[in-house]
Ligand binder design. Sequence first.
Ligand code: ZN
Length: 209
Amino acid sequence: MSNSDGKPRRAAVAANDRPGDTAVDMERIRAAVREVLLAVGEDPDREGLRETPDRVARMYAEMFSGLRRDPREPLRKTFTQKYDEMVLVKDIGFESMCEHHLLPFIGKAHVGYLPKGKIVGLSKLARAVERLARRPQVQERMTEELADLLMEELDARGVGVILEASHTCMTIRGIRKAHSICTTSAMRGAFRTNESTRAELMALVYGSR
Ligand SMILES: [Zn+2]
C-alpha cells in the first residue's frame, strides 16, 4: 500500500541525523512568526519576543526534520535469524505535530512483528517511528505508514502497530479534554488474519497494566 493520500513516497534527501537541517527556509519561518505576533497585537520587537521568531524557526526545523529522512532507511540493515516468534517493542516514545493545528501530539508506539527469517535491530524500529513522527502528521496515517513500511522492509509474516497519544489540539484548545488518549492500530499479515496472533499481541501490550 502507498501513503493513504496516494502520493508517492518522499525520497530520502539528507542522510544525516542532525536536527535543524539547512533544507528548511529559516528566514521564511522567522518572517511568518513575526507576522503572527503582529497579527495578534503583540510587539515583536519587545525584549522577550525579539529572539522568538528564530527560536520558533529552529523548533520547526527540528519537529519537521523527519520530512527529509527516509523512515525505511534504518530498517534496511537486517539480520538473518531463524526466529519465527513474535518480536514486540513496547512504549517507543514519540513526539509529533498534528498537521491540522500544528500542535504537538505526544505518545508511544507499540510495534510487533512476526519475522520470516529476517530481524532488525530494536533501536532501528524506534528510529523509523521518529522519522515518521517528525513531520506534519495525523496519528491514523502514521500508524498505517509504520505498519506498511515494516511489512515491506522486513518482509515479515505479520506486523501489528498500536499508537497511543495525547493530542494537545484536544487538551489545550477546542473541546479541552485534558486526559483523553487516542489509540490507533494497524494490523497486517498474520495479525490481521489470525485472531489468536492478534490476541497474543494485545495481551503482551495491555496484559500487565
Ligand atoms: Zn489537531
